[in-house]
Design a protein. Sequence first.
Length: 439
Amino acid sequence: MDKKTSLIKMNQRNHPLRIGIIGMGGFAGAHHSAIYELEKRNLAKLLCTCDIHPENFKKQIQELNMEKRGVKIFNNYINMLDEFKDILQMVTIPAPIHLHAEMHRECVNRKLPVYLEKPPTLDYFELLQMIETEKKAIKNTNVGFNYIVQDLRQDLKRRIIQGEFGEIKKITFTGLWPRYPSYFKRSQWAGRLIIDNKIVLDSCFGNALSHFIHNILFWCGKKNLFSWDPVKIVHAELYRAHQIQSTDTVFVSASTENVRDIRIILTHACAKKTPDIEKIYCSDAEIVFEGNKSNNGKTFAESTIEWKDGKIERKQQENQNLVISNIQRYIDYLSGKENRPLTKIDDCIPFVMFNDLIYIAAEDIACIPEQYLEYIDAGEGEKFIAIKNIESIAEEFIERKKFPSEQKIPWAHKGGVAKNTDITRLNTVIQSLVEKAQN
Ligand SMILES: NC(=O)c1ccc[n+]([C@@H]2O[C@H](COP(=O)([O-])OP(=O)(O)OC[C@H]3O[C@@H](n4cnc5c(N)ncnc54)[C@H](O)[C@@H]3O)[C@@H](O)[C@H]2O)c1
């Protein structure tokens, strides 16, 4: 029986979907827990998994009852795919970003549907190759950006498209997410621009906070619910406080086809996390959307709409575990209950283009000298590296669109601008950034 027929039959008989996971540690741990939970609900069945170091996961193997569940463990993902290709109905790829393209291709070539962790890649030209590969896929790949699944978000997007709030004039986002120095030591590719001659571009923008960039482009897309608006012009200043090759602090203003004023500040060089608030300023209302508001151990999506006439509308919706919701939503697509995945690979063109243009615009990643940094003990045995006064510098940027160089901050370095047509300069710019980082 071919793969498509087996998926249809699964739907008819309500059989659990047969899954393999590439990776066991890091975020792959969240995939394992989510799929174990779906297995308990009889929606999924994990047949196999792999890691380059499976010996490191004895505790996890025990805790997740893998032996009893009959999960076969490999140390090489190709061997796993070859042995299980005829019976698997889906593979999840929560593996390092620069390996996504090759892993996606190996799955597609074996007619295996893929749930790929975000971002698909951070290299625009590799993304174009992945889109080519995807043409051969028997079912569209889903890219696991966490928040598109939220009903409250989708309902609000429908209302924006219908023009209920007027034109979007501006969108802002502040993401101060502290990370210990050890975050960048957890894997060889963390905080890298390039590894093994491959573009990685791991950063707060491309990795941990990428969800919010994808969300902003989602609000801007006018064509239909599942549309993401391409960026046209990007102004950026990039900095590093941690000892990494890439950037950990990004100030960016941009315009897309539909929205002229987008302001984003992201950093891992801070000591206190800000709430993840997407602010959408429309001609008739201001919208505050918080996708991950926590209260009493639960998390919520919350939207507050403040109309120009003073009327206020507030809605809340409890989040289930977002990884489970996203994987379950992909299973619904594979079994024919939904007609498309939430984010397809080609839906990521605007995000990946935006990511790459910040480097092309800035052309430099300025190091913040020691005297402007502070080391803050959060009582967890390691100290946060924080840029002094980052909160007020970020606020000034969001409120008045003044980059650090325009605020005359002593460590600031004037950035630059890039248009989407400048994407052709990606490799040259990244090569030059790598050389500068070595000096
Ligand atoms: N959706 C989210 O909220 C979220 C959160 C964190 C990370 N992520 C994404 O998850 C992915 C993995 O990130 P991470 O930080 O966990 O990475 P990681 O470097 O910790 O790798 C995850 C696991 O993959 C294994 N691995 C590496 N190479 C492999 C190979 N060739 N074959 C099999 N296994 C291999 C590693 O040993 C590790 O156990 C990334 O795409 C990241 O952006 C998503």
